[in-house]
Every structure is written in structure tokens, then in C-alpha cells.
Design a protein around this ligand. Structure first.
Ligand code: TXA
Ligand code: MG
Length: 352
């Protein structure tokens, strides 16, 4: 299959820009498109065959459900039943935006989209290309991140082109995904709201609107107990992972830098290609290997935005070992550490 790539600027969208992409979705094809979190791989969510194509293109396990993207808040009523007031309160504050809400599904949502679950994950994205595309297509758009299953999510069209060329009908290049981490997922289908995946909308931000929320205990587990299964099926897979072996170093910054320098030197001497993930503040203190700054510690959003891109850059360089500093696991740092832990297969070294 030949994959068509089109380039659009979110600031200068014209009528007609998305006609062809919309037609592909209507006829059951696959279109990758930008969102404010990461690039999504879209298909008609209510068309079982189209949803199947997503799993095939990504190499995704079929028990891992898809998020259904909508163009307007009231669409949740077409997709879900028993919608609690809290869903509307959250939609009011955070939609359009990087929040996914899980509700009990209606029969029209096929099990091939929900991975066999009786609930459906719904999101109204903020990115203007994404919103226009969903509206223009007139279908609900199931869209997982547009990466090969297990790889870091794509934050640029080049990442999607690398993973999906030849496998899907179209890729819309709309520039950088500004946030860089997937949406926060909150489950409102049970008694107490629960965060299943942390993201840029933090627990505190959500609690300010709807009161107490539980956190899936597996989210920041550093030594995941094999018996504890995350409630979002996708969170159980080794995910977001670069090709090289990633290790997180945790502790006093000065000691972390010393330990990473030492380890990098050792691996270089044994003939390996080694990468170091530093920050703007620490970059100058690393003396070995390929050193890249992920962002500034003074601006956590820059670290979130830089994470997947840097992991992919190290893949391009075929680094065999990657060492990274760790980040505080509160607020946005919770989402950053959650992804970093998964990318590292929970491999953490505590430096004392
Ligand atoms: O920011 C995002 O959410 C991006 C963009 C494209 O919108 N999409 C995304 O999709 O990250 P994906 O498929 O990579 O991640 C979806 C996650 C998976 O971990 C999946 O298991 C979980 O959502 N999920 C989906 N439906 C669910 C449900 N009914 N119950 C529990 N978890 C669900
Ligand atoms: Mg994903």
C-alpha cells in the first residue's frame, strides 16, 4: 500500500484540506493525524473491520482497547450509558483537551474497539486538525497512538512515517504534538473515579473539579508485582520502549551524574554505543557517550514534550545502552516517571 503524506498547518486550515482524509475514514481506511498529545492512528470506531485494521497495522494485542475520539461533548450520549454528572463536569473544564473518560458502552460500540470490555474510552481532542477531521468525516474515530506496538509514541510526523509507511492510507503531518505524552485516562464507570493512566491533566486538577479520585496502584509501582494487573489493558505491556536498554538512575543529582559517567565510561570501554539523557541544567557535567538534554528541570512540560523524541533519536543512533536521570513523581512528573519506568522495563538504580 502506498501511504499518502499531506502537510497542514493548524493555524491556516482551509475548507477542503481534509476532504480526502475524511473520505478514507468513511470508507473504512486508516489515517494518522496529529493531536495535542501524540499522533493518533485513526479509523471509524463503529466499523469492526476498520478497527481490526488498526490492530494489524500496529501489531497490537487484540485485548488492548482503543480510545474513541469525538468532535462534540454530546456525542458521549451516542456512545455511552449511565453517564454520571462528573463526566459532564470534567468535559466542561478539560474538553477539548488531553483527557480520556471511560464510561459504560452502548451496544453500537463494537467489542473489537473496546477489546472485549463493556466500557468505552472517549476523548475530545483539542488539536484543530484532529477536530476538523472527526467533524468532516462524520464518524467517531478510534485512534491509538500511531506507533508500532511497544515503541515510543510518535510526537512528530517523521516518527509515524517511520513506523507506518506502507501500512496505512494517509499520514497528516501537522507539526509537533505539543504536549508529548498521551492523555490522562480517568475511569468513571465504577463507584469511585480512578486514574488509569497519568498525563498532563494531573490528579489535583481533576480532584479540584470532581473531588476524590483513586489512582490505579500500578501506575507508579517501581517493582511491579506480577499479580497486580493495571486496569487499562495497554498499561500492562512493556511500552514506550527504545531499542537499547534503558536504565534510570535515582538519587542526589551530583551522585547520579557521577554514577552515570562511570557506567557510561565502562560500557564505552567494552565497545558499546551509549546514550545519556540529561537535562539543560546537567548536560555539561556528562563527559562520555552521546549526551542529549531532554528539557529543563525548571519546566516539566518541556521534559514531557521531549521524552519520546529523545528515545527515538537514540534508536536512530543504534545506542545499545541509555542512562537517564529520574524526575520527581508528583504532578506532571507522575506521567513522566510512569512512561520512563515502562520504557526502562522498571530498571532503576538507586544511587546513595
Ligand atoms: O493521547 C492519547 O490518548 C492518544 C491520542 C492519539 O489521542 N491515544 C492513545 O491511545 O494514547 P492508546 O491506544 O495508545 O492508549 C489507549 C489506552 C490503552 O492503555 C488502553 O488499554 C486504554 O487506553 N483503554 C482504552 N479503552 C479502555 C477501557 N475501556 N478500559 C480501560 N482502559 C482502556
Ligand atoms: Mg499507545
Amino acid at each position: 500500500m502506498k501511504t499518502k503524506v499531506i502537510k497542514l498547518n493548524t493555524e491556516e486550515l482551509k475548507a477542503g484540506d481534509l476532504v480526502q482524509a475524511a473520505e478514507i475514514l468513511q470508507s473504512g481506511g486508516l489515517v494518522a493525524f496529529p493531536t495535542e498529545t501524540v499522533y493518533g492512528l485513526g479509523a471509524n470506531a463503529l466499523n469492526e473491520e476498520a478497527a481490526h485494521k488498526i490492530y494489524e497495522a500496529k501489531g497490537r494485542p487484540s485485548d488492548n482497547p482503543l480510545i474513541v475520539h469525538i468532535a462534540q461533548v454530546q456525542d458521549i450520549e451516542t456512545l455511552a450509558i449511565d453517564i454520571p454528572e462528573k463526566a459532564y463536569q470534567l468535559a466542561d473544564v478539560f474538553w477539548p483537551g488531553p483527557l480520556t473518560i471511560i464510561l459504560k458502552k452502548k451496544d453500537c460500540v463494537p467489542y473489537s474497539t473496546t477489546g472485549g470490555l463493556d466500557t468505552v474510552a472517549i476523548r475530545l481532542p483539542a488539536n484543530q486538525i484532529a477536530r476538523n477531521l472527526i467533524a468532516e468525516a462524520g464518524v467517531f474515530v478510534a485512534a491509538p497512538s500511531a506507533n508500532i506496538s511497544g515503541k515510543p509514541s510518535p510526537t512528530k510526523a517523521e516518527h509515524v512515517i517511520k513506523d507506518m509507511s506502507g501500512k496505512i492510507d494517509m499520514i497528516i503531518d501537522g507539526g509537533m504534538a505539543t504536549l508529548g505524552l498521551e492523555s490522562t485516562i480517568i475511569d468513571l464507570s465504577g463507584e469511585t473515579p480512578m486514574i488509569l493512566r497519568p498525563g498532563c491533566i494531573t490528579r489535583v486538577m481533576l480532584e479540584n473539579v470532581i473531588g476524590l479520585i483513586d489512582l490505579d496502584p500500578t501506575i507508579l509501582e517501581k517493582n511491579p508485582d506480577k499479580n497486580a494487573t493495571p486496569k487499562a489493558p495497554g498499561m500492562k505491556y512493556r511500552h514506550y520502549a527504545p531499542e537499547g536498554t534503558l536504565t534510570i538512575y535515582e538519587g542526589d543529582t551530583k551522585l547520579v551524574i557521577e554514577a552515570i559517567n562511570q557506567k557510561t565510561k565502562e560500557k564505552l570501554e567494552s565497545g558499546y554505543r551509549v546514550g545519556v539523557i540529561a537535562t539543560d541544567e546537567t548536560q555539561a557535567f556528562y563527559h562520555y557517550g552521546i549526551v542529549k538534554a531532554i528539557g529543563s528541570r525548571k519546566d516539566e512540560a518541556s521534559i514531557a514534550a521531549g521524552l519520546y523524541g529523545i528515545l527515538r533519536e537514540f534508536d536512530e543512533l543504534h545506542t545499545e545502552y541509555i542512562y537517564t536521570e529520574s524526575f520527581a513523581d508528583n504532578s506532571l512528573g507522575q506521567a513522566i516517571m510512569n512512561r520512563l519506568l515502562k520504557a526502562a522495563g522498571y530498571h532503576i538504580v538507586k544511587v546513595t
